[in-house]
Design a protein around this ligand. Structure first.
Ligand SMILES: *Cc1c(COP(=O)(O)O)cnc(C)c1O
Length: 371
């Protein structure tokens, strides 16, 4: 029997998630409803904040987050180039301009220095990404005095100094994509400070409609008329995704324990491979989320190692191809560390469905590589 493929990302769902989703479908209300509201309450409790607003993806949550800052048109927002494309798209969609900054090679995170290097007279905000789940040193970024959006898509369980990632800036963004630490068919959330911002987020996610029919009826109004506040896309979440996400959130401690065990085994067994640099662990005051395991390879070995593992049915990838090198966002200005990472980084398989045998196959695949 030949070995099955080992995927680089993945979820661990079972009959519990299936039952929760089936319950929603059997109850004949699959749309935005009570389960979304329950998930929002559970998720807010997990983060220790008063409330959260669920939407239908992390990418859309990023657009909503930039819009919530209410920046003047044409404002510049500093964002790492080493991130998911939707980070830059979100800034454009909100009428602003992305300005790409570099990251530190070891942590793959932005620092106050890499952000400060891009400050200009039109800079109005900063978007940071807690890469792989390792927290950005937020105090240094907040000290720059600009509103900060935290993309915590990798960092649902991360923290710094007793504070949760996604709750330290002005707006925090989470993803419940099918391979994120909390997996669902599709989903995301924003955390914002103050009831007003949260209320705006709730209106905007429903095509910018101010009151739902049910709310208007309760107030004795004409529930068939829409109060349109602002043109905005429909980012409404649904109860099927929320039901799956609720089960995953309840299981998160177990899922994280498994991710952490795989991470630790890689850290132990790959230390000492002379041409491979394992990722930096969480510092004493940090909690990591172990979303992905990004290694750096010396001297052009990355592509060869990726193919070597692929031949052994082990899938790996690079997160992320730099945005400032893509056709639509090309700036011509170099970001040396980001470009080095684009050449040298490979994400190894790390997800809670991996068996100990899978992890062993990845490690022996790397050890067989004739560097
Ligand atoms: C996954 C991810 C997103 C977007 O989330 P989706 O739910 O997939 O749209 C945003 N930023 C980062 C860094 C991500 O990894």
């Amino acid at each position: 029997m030949s070995d099955p493929w080992i995927t680089v990302f993945g979820s661990a769902t079972d009959a519990e998630e299936a039952t929760a989703a089936a319950g929603v479908i059997a109850a004949n209300w699959m749309g935005n409803g009570p389960v979304v509201r329950q998930f929002e309450a559970d998720f807010a409790r997990h983060l220790g904040v008063p409330d959260a607003v669920m939407v239908n993806s992390g990418s859309n949550a990023l657009h909503l987050a930039v819009r919530l800052l209410d920046l003047p048109a044409g404002s510049e927002v500093i964002v790492p180039s080493f991130t998911w494309v939707a980070c830059a798209h979100a800034i454009i969609l909100a009428g602003c301009r992305p300005v790409f900054c570099d990251v530190d090679v070891a942590t793959m995170n932005v620092t106050a220095e890499t952000v400060a290097a891009q400050l200009g007279p039109r800079t109005r905000a900063v978007m940071v990404v807690h890469y792989a789940g390792k927290p950005v040193r937020m105090d240094d970024i907040l000290a720059l005095g600009l509103p900060v959006i935290e993309d915590a898509a990798h960092a649902v369980d991360s923290g710094l100094n007793g504070r949760r990632c996604g709750t330290m800036g002005r707006v925090g963004v989470f993803s419940f994509d099918a391979v994120k630490n909390i997996a669902s068919p599709d989903g995301g959330a924003v955390i914002a400070h103050g009831a007003e911002m949260l209320g705006t987020a709730r209106r905007l996610r429903q095509c910018g409609i101010g009151k739902t029919g049910a709310e208007a009826a309760l107030e004795g109004g004409r529930w068939w008329e829409h109060e349109i506040v602002e043109p905005f896309p429909r980012y409404l979440p649904n109860d099927v995704a929320a039901a799956v996400a609720r089960v995953q959130l309840a299981k998160l401690p177990r899922l994280q324990t498994r991710r952490q065990a795989i991470w630790r085994r890689y850290q132990t067994e790959l230390t000492g491979v002379p041409w491979l640099h394992p990722p930096v662990d969480a510092a004493k005051d940090e909690v990591h989320s172990f979303f992905t395991y990004p290694v750096r390879l010396d001297n052009g070995r990355r592509d060869a190692l990726a193919w070597h593992l692929y031949e052994r049915k082990i899938y790996t990838t690079l997160r992320y191809h730099p945005l400032h090198l893509s056709d639509i966002y090309r700036t011509g200005r170099p970001l040396a560390n980001t470009e080095q990472l684009a050449r040298d980084v490979l994400s190894l398989p790390l997800h809670p469905r991996m068996s100990d045998g899978d992890v062993a196959r990845v490690i022996s695949g790397i050890r067989d590589f004739k560097a």
